[in-house]
Design a protein around this ligand. Structure first.
Ligand code: PGA
Length: 241
């Protein structure tokens, strides 16, 4: 795991955008793995700017997102479909972009369909990740075992608390989601994890310096051969090595 610490959030986000820009320039037909939440917003803004400036062409690339809430209509402003449309898809020219369908009637079948679609695309070239303050990646919450493929997840109470800022109240946060599994994420050829702010410092320390355990899902990234971790000073605050 290759860790970089930047003086500001903006610098860390620009570094993440640079890695995605380099990926697209080296392989225009890339399969990009994308994430939601507050963390990637400025990464997407930077990539959109580079597209608008004529630096980046996404027309041969496709994307797969990590996760989607179950039971939230796609056109709900806080669905990840809506979030991605607002922050990236409406501003760049991706050939196609996919998210799990949280409105599917048969959710286990939708999980299988999503994994098959990723496999058919040739697999993810570069996956963007945030990290939950509980160490989750995607919506893979702390658990007794690592989930391999896309799966139906019960959100942890800390995740509901963390995400209630996007909703009217905690009671309005969906309780379930479909998420790529840790195995799916580990199969990406490259991984870029971006963590910003002191509220991520504990999770970052557990990921980078604690035991590799499904209790801290992000810790498994230490076994990935090409994982780059980009931090601001706040998120890196508790690192000792
Ligand atoms: P955040 O979420 O970017 O909104 O903090 C990150 C995550 O939960 O993976």
């Amino acid at each position: 795991m290759n860790v970089h610490v930047f003086a500001s959030e903006a610098q860390a986000a620009r570094a993440a955008a640079s890695l995605f820009a380099a990926q697209l320039l080296r392989k225009p037909a890339s399969v990009l793995g994308l994430a939601t939440g507050s963390t990637p917003v400025s990464v997407y803004a930077e990539l959109a700017r580079m597209h608008e400036d004529g630096v980046l062409d996404f027309s041969r690339a496709v994307s797969f997102n990590l996760d989607e809430y179950v039971g939230l209509p796609k056109d709900h402003p806080q669905s990840y479909h809506s979030f991605m449309h607002r922050s990236l898809f409406s501003r760049v020219n991706l050939q196609a972009s996919f998210l799990p369908d949280g409105e599917a009637e048969d959710l286990p079948a939708e999980c299988r369909r999503y994994d098959e679609a990723i496999a058919r695309s040739g697999g993810i070239d570069l996956q963007l990740l945030g990290i939950g303050s509980n160490g989750h990646i995607g919506f893979n919450e702390p658990a007794r075992e690592f989930a391999f493929g896309t799966n139906l997840v019960d959100l942890a109470q800390d995740t509901i608390e963390a995400n209630k800022r996007f909703f009217y109240s905690a009671a309005d946060v969906p309780r379930r989601a479909l998420s790529m599994g840790v195995g799916t994420i580990m199969q990406a050829r490259g991984i870029v994890l971006l963590a910003l702010g002191e509220e991520k410092a504990q999770a970052v320390k557990a990921m980078a310096e604690g035991p590799v355990t499904p209790r801290v899902p992000a810790s498994i990234l230490r076994f990935h051969q090409d994982a780059t971790v980009l931090l601001d000073r706040g998120a890196a605050k508790l690192l000792t090595r």
